[in-house]
Design a protein. Structure first.
Length: 85
């Protein structure tokens, strides 16, 4: 399922002749999941596309997330939680 989401994002980016943009964010709410992107704006459903593998994680406020911004900026695919060293 995650592979299908990534493929869809990649195809949309190629079709629009614009690359997919990698974004970083921080979890500001867990119920529902809300991620603030680069301290500029907060995203939640329906703007977050969350693969099954990401829904199985125990997200906590303050977690960092790696995301892909889909062409047009209407959807953000949550790839994974980032581990702090």
């Amino acid at each position: 399922m995650m592979l299908d989401v990534i493929k869809k994002a990649a195809v949309a980016a190629v079709d629009a002749k614009s690359p997919v943009q990698i974004m970083y964010g921080n979890v500001t709410s867990t119920q529902p999941l809300e991620i603030t992107v680069e301290q500029r704006f907060a995203l939640r459903d329906p703007f977050l596309v969350i693969p099954e593998s990401a829904t199985q994680k125990n997200w906590m406020i303050g977690d960092s997330a790696l995301m892909l911004r889909v062409q047009g900026g209407d959807s953000y695919v949550v790839l994974d939680r980032l581990v702090k060293p």
